[in-house]
Design a protein around this ligand. Sequence first.
Ligand code: HEM
Length: 165
Amino acid sequence: MLNYLITEPSGRCAPDSTRDYFMLWIKAFHIMAVICWFSAIFYLPRLFVYHAMSEDQTSKDRFTIMESKLFWGIMTPSAVATVALGAWLIAGSPSYYLSAPWMHAKLALVVLLLIYHYLCWVFFEKLKTDSRVRSHRYFRVFNEVPIFMMVPIVILVVVKPVFGA
Ligand code: HEM
């Protein structure tokens, strides 16, 4: 049964087998990966703001190193872990998840998030050679974009709204 994934209104979650408990562990690690991914997603464009404002070569080089460590050391591995653990959760009950409209909406938003991740990579590569590729104001606005994916994704997975009912 699916009750290991369905949180009751009381907040109680009732796994009924060893496999159900195991899937709760996968979900816990999925959420940890999401936290790591978002911490980097919110911090990297902030570094772009400071990079775009920097004047001297020493500062530019320092921001390039910081961006590289953040993008390759935290952001990309945690994106891979989020997607892999999420796919594992779906593989645990494919007919349930793949027929759920809230999951379709969530996956569409995750695609937008992956496009945002890719754009971060593009800007990170361009900033290495040209710190004026975009203004610091542009990056300040760019920095706010992932909020519009995170908020609806969390609402979709927790509230699981029923569309059109
Ligand atoms: C391809 C990427 C992803 C896949 C395949 C995926 C899949 C899943 C699945 C199947 C669950 C279990 C849902 C349930 O039955 O309650 C889940 C839980 C969750 N996901 Fe994802 N997910 C992905 C990305 C994300 C992202 C990007 C976020 C955050 C912005 C996120 C946040 C969460 C949260 C908070 C839960 C826990 C919900 C709860 O138990 O109340 N996921 N995910």
